[in-house]
Design a protein around this ligand. Structure first.
Ligand code: PMP
Length: 436
């Protein structure tokens, strides 16, 4: 039997404070797998809906949805049917030819966002790169700026490419990876006056997450996005929103920008767009912004392939037909209410919107990783972000009953960390970060 199975059955308040990350992980490790992640000690082999199973047949409730990539749940039957059907018909013909799936998919994305034109890519980071290229060329051509700048938010997470980490404020993402790409400046997230002050004649765009995910589910003050929209209009700057994580129902609306009734100049989508089975991303924008791309100026071998487009369109239809946005809103309210009612001393803060919450853990009591390991032992899977925040973002298809069960496990686990841990544990809170 695995060590962690023993931990699961014998976990007590006393030994909960012992670092569970001391659990023997070696049985899961393969020396041929690069160590750029430090997974929790569980080997998964199957998923269905909001459930995941390990190789020993134990079932877990998924409370993180693969960083929202599995928002539709695992192995959604409609997604699998579409995947199989389209794979047999036409999968990757390249963009050197038209394919009959791409147009309808991108048209639906434009209808849903209220924007005009969409450019398909694969990963979230590629959608971000596409938006950056669009903003720079737009600034070059429309504003005649030689050296355009993009203003981003401190604490941002937009992906892992060398350009994107160049404007990260996290040393962990940057350390040793220079030289860095110039042309970015940062202002504090949620601070309208600071963004206002950061705009110069060289500013091409403001690029932010409407809700910061990897930073720990940070919801900006009401009115901030609307304020950015006004600022961008006044100063002739593009507003680009990275909704790779916040979009497609996660925050209780189709897109987080709809909470403030604004329309950005461009929006970046990914993760859930692939229905939980493929990497599918897109940059969706107003026509004058997208028009800066001409044939040959940008592309991707896999972006917009027929299989991705068919699955992407089916994912959008599943979200609509199963009313997953409404579910996210209703179940999200339930989740936040329940979290706010919890009284564990280890809770420092609770933030969230829709079916997406971050529970900030007081490091004097536990690391977020400790809490995730405690949850694993109770059959609930999620991850930490930034050492101190436990993310809760189940598939939007989760049943109310399973959500309640998982939240019960969260409450019990948090209650176990009821006394300050010893100083060396707290100081050694150098758990590996688990951001996507
Ligand atoms: N933008 C945001 C807001 C994200 O949360 C992420 C991934 N966590 C990305 C971009 C990057 O997506 P990918 O890992 O697919 O490149």
């Amino acid at each position: 039997m695995h060590n962690h199975a023993n931990v699961r059955t014998h976990l007590s308040n006393a030994n909960a404070r012992k670092k569970l990350s001391d659990m023997d992980n070696s049985e899961f490790r393969n020396p041929h797998v690069a160590r750029n992640y430090d997974p929790l000690p569980v080997m998964l082999t199957r998923g269905q809906g909001a459930y995941l199973w390990d190789v020993e047949g134990r079932r877990y409730i998924d409370m993180m949805s693969a960083y929202s990539a599995a928002s539709l749940g695992h192995a959604h039957p409609r997604i699998l049917a579409k995947l199989a059907e389209q794979a047999q018909r036409l999968a990757v013909p390249s963009r050197a030819f038209y394919n009959d799936k791409l147009g309808p998919f991108l048209e639906e994305l434009c209808k849903l966002t209220g924007l005009d034109v969409a450019l398909p890519m694969n990963t979230g980071a590629e959608a971000v790169e596409t938006a950056i290229k669009a903003a720079r060329r737009w600034a070059n051509r429309v504003k005649r700026i030689d050296s355009p700048e993009i203003i981003v938010a401190a604490g941002n997470f937009h992906g892992r490419t060398t350009t994107i980490i160049s404007f990260s404020s996290e040393s962990e993402y940057r350390e040793g990876f220079g030289p860095f790409m110039p042309g970015f400046r940062a202002a504090p997230f949620g601070d309208l006056a600071a963004f206002d002050a950061a705009v110069t004649p060289n500013t091409a765009a403001i690029l932010v997450e409407p809700i910061q995910g990897e930073a720990g589910v940070i919801v900006p003050p009401d009115g901030w996005l609307a304020g950015l929209r006004r600022l961008c209009d006044e100063r002739g700057v593009l507003l680009l929103l990275d909704e790779v994580q916040s979009g497609l129902g996660r925050s209780g609306t189709w897109f987080a920008f709809q909470h403030e009734n604004i329309l950005p100049d461009g929006v970046l989508l990914g993760k859930a767009l692939g229905g939980g089975v493929l990497p599918v991303s897109a940059f969706v924008a107003k026509r004058d912004v997208m028009d800066v791309f001409t044939p040959g100026s940008h592309g991707s071998t896999f972006g917009g392939n027929a299989l991705a487009a068919a699955v992407g369109l089916e994912a959008l239809h599943v979200i609509r037909d199963e009313r997953l946005v409404e579910r996210s809103q209703a179940l999200g309210e339930r989740m936040l209410q329940r979290l706010h009612a919890m009284r564990a001393p280890a809770i420092r803060d609770i933030r969230g919107r829709g079916l997406w919450a971050g529970v900030e853990i007081d490091p004097r009591y536990a690391s977020a990783r400790d809490v995730c390991e405690g949850l694993l032992a109770k059959g609930v899977l999620t991850t930490a972000t930034h050492h101190t925040v436990v993310r809760l973002a189940p598939p939007l298809v989760i049943s109310q009953e399973d959500l309640d069960l998982a939240l019960g496990a969260v409450e019990e686990t948090l209650a176990m960390f009821d006394a300050p841990r010893n100083v060396s544990d707290a100081a050694a809170g150098v758990d590996q970060r688990l951001e996507a």
